[in-house]
Design a protein around this ligand. Structure first.
Ligand code: SAH
Length: 495
């Protein structure tokens, strides 16, 4: 197949602002050439099979000169690869996308462009500043504060002032005093509203409100750094009223999600929607017991059981893989009834085309055990973790219900010790840690080392048992009203 280079705009920072088409291109890439402003969550979409080339550039210290980037793209394209050239924001808005395409065109390499959401508009929007508004401006001008090879750009300030439009200056942090001087000299009202947005669309976004005359000093006082942009015009007066993003309940808060990697998704997304800076740090991993002759035997003789009970979606998945591996499907279950500890586990059953007959009112092991003890008369098959809670079987034993408890997966503490995590804790850079099971608490403690002061964090716990484990180590806790991911996320928002 002929090679092709796809120029993809990664958007301004918030990974949700990558386009659907851009995402698809990334997922199909063989080679990805990316810049400094592309965030880790977008880079995480790159398939493991793809080769990545980091050509990130610092403002004054060019890691790789543009000519060399052009050569890399040409070489990879000519070698017949599907190349994605990933750039922050939109590739054609001060992104040198045009220069790269000219080289490819001359070298006979096919190319395509997938535009991105530019920071010029999105950082303003997340700062509550609409770049046009009928009461304030009827045009938008996007201007660079830096020209080729570090020279000052030639800016026609008179023309900009005459236009009366909204002015957005990119790459303008160090050039701010000069830009303001230029605008004032061209006759702009020194009291014109102005703003800077730093790290726009990201959880650490900050906005600096001022008027033209005071902006450079205000920005310096706040220590505004790149990436940031400067906005000048009447629309900036709306920022304080419309800044929805900075008002999200978890804005500026850092939350660590400790679930295993494949389960972290929804919780991390929910916390991000609430504005949190989410750190996905899986403290445990689950590993199926394979082979599992006990489960195989039980499944072959499943009709001997009246109930089959699950305490996690991982359990359901491991069970289903085993059943299918035996050449069986849902029909093998016949009239066996199904119990799930909570809504997520019931959802995992549903994904296999199975409906749970029993979900306890309170989602924990003791309530599942009690509900089963009440309903079951025949044998109960429990397929769960090696270190499953004894509260479940105690309830069955109390009522003399026969059961078989098979460990079908085990928990591994994937991070023996992490200096990075320890330092973040000691520096007070962590506000919340989410715990979805007692084993995530154990995994977290073993990653930090138990001799650390946890008093500055809040452990958001899915239930009583998990909270009890956290208290053992002196972690201040809050407990979700219900054992669901949604309840856990809203708990963070209420704290
Ligand atoms: N192609 C990019 C711009 C590249 S130039 C785009 O369309 O957004 C780099 C400049 O973009 C930075 O100096 C800064 O002014 C601006 N920028 C990029 N990301 C930003 C962000 N998240 N918040 C504020 N400004 C940003």
């Amino acid at each position: 197949m002929a090679g092709k280079v796809t120029l993809v705009g990664a958007g301004p920072g918030d990974p949700g602002l990558l386009t659907v088409k851009g995402r698809r291109a990334l997922e199909n890439a063989e080679v990805v050439v990316f810049d400094r402003l592309v965030g880790p969550q977008i880079l995480a979409l790159i398939p493991e099979t793809a080769r990545t080339i980091d050509v990130g550039k610092e403002a004054s210290r060019h890691l790789i000169p543009q000519e060399q980037i052009n050569e890399i793209l040409l070489r990879e394209g000519q070698a017949g690869h599907q190349v994605v050239r990933l750039k922050g924001g939109d590739p054609f808005v001060f992104g040198r996308g045009g220069e790269e395409l000219e080289v490819l065109s001359q070298g006979g390499v096919d190319f395509e462009v997938i535009p991105g959401v530019t920071s010029a508009i999105a950082a303003a929007a997340y700062g509550g500043i609409p770049v046009t508004h009928r009461n304030f401006s009827s045009s938008l001008h996007i201007i660079t504060g830096r020209a080729k090879r570090g020279q000052d750009p030639v800016i026609d300030y008179e023309a900009l002032v005459r236009s009366g439009g909204t002015l957005v200056f990119l790459m303008s942090v160090s050039a701010a005093p000069k830009i303001v001087q230029g605008l004032l000299a061209a006759g702009m009202d020194p009291d014109t509203p102005a703003a800077m947005v730093e790290n726009g669309t990201l959880p650490n976004q900050r906005r600096c409100d001022a008027v033209l005359r005071t902006l450079p000093q205000r920005a310096a006082e706040m220590g505004i750094h790149s990436p940031a942009l400067m906005i000048v015009g009447g629309v900036c007066s709306l920022g304080p009223e419309l800044c929805w993003y900075e008002r999200l309940p978890l804005h500026g808060r850092r939350a660590l999600v400790s679930r295993p990697k494949n389960r972290a998704g929804t919780l991390a997304d929910r916390l991000r929607e609430l504005g949190a800076d989410v750190w996905e740090y899986p403290c445990i991993a689950t590993e199926p017991v394979t082979p599992c002759p006990e489960m195989e035997e039980a499944l072959r003789q499943i009709q001997e059981y009246q109930w089959l009970a699950f305490t996690s979606s991982t359990g359901v998945e491991v069970f289903w893989t085993c059943l299918r591996g035996l050449g069986l499907d849902a029909r093998a279950l016949g009239g066996v009834k199904l119990a799930a500890i909570g809504s997520a586990t019931a959802g995992a059953l549903e994904a296999c085309g199975l409906s749970a007959d029993l979900v306890p009112a309170v989602y924990d092991a003791a309530h599942l055990g009690a509900a089963l003890a009440e309903r079951a008369s025949g044998r109960v098959l429990l397929l769960r973790a090696e270190e499953g809670s004894p509260a479940l079987t105690e309830q069955l034993e109390k009522r003399g219900r026969p059961y078989r408890d098979i460990a079908i997966y085990r928990t591994q503490y994937s991070n023996p010790r992490s200096e990075q995590l320890r330092q973040a804790l000691e520096a007070g850079e962590l506000d919340y840690v989410t715990f979805t099971s007692a084993s995530t608490v154990k995994g977290f403690v073993s990653a930090t080392g138990a001799d650390v002061d946890y008093s500055g964090i809040v452990g958001l716990c899915i239930g009583e048992q998990t909270a009890a484990e956290a208290r053992k180590y002196g972690i201040p806790v809050k407990i979700a009203a219900e054992a669901t991911i949604d309840a856990l996320a809203s708990l963070a928002a209420q704290s």
